[in-house]
Design a protein around this ligand. Structure first.
Ligand code: CP3
Length: 352
């Protein structure tokens, strides 16, 4: 019996099995570009209320699958629920993004504890609900931010172009910063394991700010090592759950990431030259992993003939490889819904 027979094309592809259906999902597929999302968000009162309400978050998770022929749902939550559960006063300011109580002193790192576990419980409840409602052959993805990306927000207290406070902190107090990464590794591993136990069939780890570590020559120490440890913790317990790594904007350091971190799939941003990446993976005899990506979200926003061309280019380039279609980053909130219908149609027509 083929144990993958009834699985989604997404899970099959992650496991290296042939699927006649191209797996498609989009980062931020549930979000503000959808009127039905905006309606539920209004009902919830705020983004965080929505994340903390399992029923509403499950509903929002399923919305894009009701509208589009997607192959996976990603649980609706946020990477910053971990600092929230550590008492770092998370808020979201309209049109500005997240705000947290910034870590300024070393003592705050030593005192850091994940005390408010109840903030994470809605994520597991929501996974349970989604799992019970998800149609056959659709997969459910759990996720978390990687330690460096979460630490960057915790020190900076907000999103930033250059994360200068974070860079200042880790250069001045490197040992303490490593202690922060260590603590986050434990919290994140535990959070991901609980997501698997609540029904997640695959995991994505978002290292969205890898490029800050890269610029400071700390990619190995701050990104690779913590990612590696988290995956080891998960695989020890759940060796068959596929893990997608997303070291965004890591440029050529993707190769070092793949070589060192035991991911099943590498998600790539739109700045990666696909052919160069494939050549490098082949010529360096690297693991035959699955790749995910990488349509530019700006191209999806604009649509038209350029979008069709770019989609075909991605499909052709990856045609001999295990590939999951996705964007290079999240859906932009002004994206017209018809562009997403078109994107899926172009991919489905190409398969025929
Ligand atoms: O992909 C999905 O559909 C699942 C849900 C999801 C969200 N955030 C919902 C969200 C996921 C996987 C995330 C991950 C996340 N959150 C990351 C990593 C990926 C990335 O984008 O680089 C980061 C850095 C965050 C932190 C975060 N959350 C920021 C910086 C912001 C504000 C930016 C913005 O778009 O407003 C958020 C808010 C957020 N997270 C929204 C959504 C749908 C918008 C909330 C709203 O106003 O309704």
């Amino acid at each position: 019996m083929d144990k993958f027979k009834n699985k989604s094309s997404f899970i099959k592809t992650l496991n290296g099995k042939y699927s006649s259906v191209k797996p498609i999902w989009l980062m931020r597929q549930a979000g503000r570009y959808l009127p039905e999302y905006r309606e539920i968000r209004k009902k919830a009162g705020s983004f965080l209320n929505l994340c903390m309400n399992p029923k509403l978050s499950a509903e929002v998770t399923l919305q894009p699958l009701d509208r589009f022929d997607l192959d996976a749902a990603i649980i609706f939550s946020d990477i910053l629920t971990i600092p929230m559960a550590c008492d770092r006063d998370l808020r979201f300011v309209e049109n500005e993004g997240p705000r947290l109580k910034p870590i300024k002193e070393e003592k705050e790192v030593f005192d850091l504890q994940l005390t408010n576990v109840e903030y994470l419980e809605p994520v597991y409840e929501s996974l349970n609900l989604v799992k019970s409602e998800l149609k056959e052959k659709k997969a459910l993805i759990g996720f978390a931010g990687a330690p460096f990306t979460i630490a960057a927000y915790m020190i900076e207290g907000k999103g930033s172009k250059d994360f200068s406070n974070c860079i200042y902190f880790f250069n001045k107090y490197e040992k303490t910063f490593l202690e922060l990464l260590n603590k986050l590794e434990v919290f994140i591993s535990d959070h991901l394991i609980k997501q698997i136990e609540a029904g997640a069939e695959a995991i994505q780890i978002f290292e969205s700010h890898a490029e800050i570590a890269l610029k400071e020559n700390k990619f190995k120490r701050f990104c690779i090592e913590p990612n590696k440890k988290i995956i080891k913790n998960i695989k020890k317990k759940y060796p068959n759950i596929p893990i997608i790594g997303f070291p965004r904007n890591a440029g050529n350091y993707y190769l070092e990431y793949v070589n060192n971190v035991n991911i099943d799939c590498l998600s790539i941003d739109q700045n990666v030259d696909i052919l160069e990446l494939i050549n490098n993976l082949k010529s360096k005899k690297m693991r035959n992993i699955c790749l995910q990506g990488n349509l530019n979200p700006e191209v999806l926003l604009k649509g038209g003939i350029q979008m069709e061309r770019d989609i075909h280019y991605i499909l052709e380039s990856f045609s001999s490889l295990k590939h999951i279609f996705n964007l290079g980053h999240g859906v932009i909130k002004e994206t017209p819904i018809e562009n997403i219908h078109k994107l899926i149609k172009v991919i489905r027509d190409w398969e025929k």
